[in-house]
Write a protein that binds this ligand. Sequence first.
Ligand SMILES: [Zn+2]
Length: 306
Amino acid sequence: MKIIMYHYIRDFKKTKYKNIKGLDVREFLNQVKYLKSKFNIISPEEVKWIIKNKKSFKKNDCWLTFDDGYIDHYKYVLPILNKYKINGSFYPPVNTTLQKIILDVNKIHFVLDRVKDKENLINKIGLFYNHHKKKKWISFSKLLLSIKLKKRFDDKNTAIIKFLLQQYLPKNMKKKIINDLFKRYVSISITKFSRKLYMNLGHLKELIHNGNEIGMHSYDHDRLNFMNYSQQNYEISKTINFWKKNKIIDKDFSYCYPYGSYNSNTLRILKKTNCIIGLTTKVSRVDLKKYKKFELPRFDTNDFPK
Ligand SMILES: [Zn+2]
């Protein structure tokens, strides 16, 4: 079985953000047609049934998963799924559903879309870093030299910017830089932008009504493996409680780890809940003899023709 992971699926003819790395809705349509001809696209219900009953997947089974709760999934993906009578699983973080924030990871994407000169952007980050760094920290130029990145889909400068703003820099510094850049280059109205970017509870209920699954993707879309046991426990229970209270999940559900980030504490916590599947970003075919059900690997849409 192959699980396929999707993020942005946009109508690039209609958006001014032409450089966002994402799949055009026409490419998605082509990919669905391709997958329909080569694979057996199974529904989230079937996936759960197979896992719960300890059956095995067939080699050409395939499961579609959509991360981050973009409104484009409702606008463009849902009609295509309905047309081809297929279903998938959607993973919105709770916070985006409330449409009051924009995930830092998305802010970075839109800043990268607006700013052509990536080196200049790195320099701007460097100025901020050197100005605010503590004495014992290494200088920005040394820091840049020390960065070695394995990148699958990004050019070098983009990969560096993402590494600095998504991982390396201290939390508060990251937040401050990302917010400054977003306000400067993209939008000053967070709520307005958020409402245009993410699905709300109404959209999610319609996805469910059409046979799709809403799964967990945490509350704040933070890396679970950066948190200790009790922090993770808080984050995970807060997430589950929210979706339960809003009747989005009832009993069995799947959990998709933001950034594919999890550790043994995550697994210990989830095993005490009604979670039956965990999704990572490891790239491989699913073989239930090789992969545990809480650590299933996924392919990216870019690994398939479009
Ligand atoms: Zn995500």
